[in-house]
Design a protein. Sequence first.
Length: 260
Amino acid sequence: MSKILNGKKAIITGAGSGIGRETAIKFAKEGANVGLLDINPESLLELSTELTQIGVKNYFQTTDVSIEQELLNSIQTLAEKLGGVDILVVNAGINGTWAPIESLSNSDWDRTIQTNLTSTFVSVKTVIPYMKETGGKIVITSSINGNRIYNNFGASAYSTSKAGQVAFMKMAALELARYNIRVNAVCPGAIDTAINASTIVTEETEEVAIKVDFPEGSRPLSDETGKPDQVANVICFLSSDDSANVTGTEIYVDGAESLL
């Protein structure tokens, strides 16, 4: 059976866990050679070993995406090792600090924007020269927060960064279309990933939350949702020729929870 990404060269940021890890494994199984970026070297080494067993070339760089020059250098290094870039998945990000706007510090705001939004800009900007000749696919991991829902009180920095990613995606899709570079985004709902463990929610957040009681129930979609591999499957679709006429689009992967 043919593999839909056979021989493609892909770079994935935030590849060490969650959606990024599942995307790397999915890409490898579909025949892509992959470059991996993450802040956690142990996770990268473990993933690289698994991908080698699948039988694809893979390389990794330990990278803090909030540091511009470090991110740029890592992407360029991986691009050289891969021999080019056909696919970029911008997945690295943090929830950051959740606090009322009045008490949210400038430094916490800047850290979230820099890690989530500015790194998206830097990542996309860096791969353009590698894609201009033959085209490419870029997929950005955004969120339902800031795009469909706004009820996670205290998440003003996070939601702003995620809304900004979608706006940037649309601008990039138009600007890069002349080079046959497609740019899309996925907007997951609540996904079981490590990002939640590092979220800082201040006590003051409770003071600004609007209390709403919902009836007992589950997500609208009857099948189980919220798995990283479900998002990875959509990213793979957007990175393949199966989505050849799709660009400038965000796809919600949330079991319709954000429509409630």
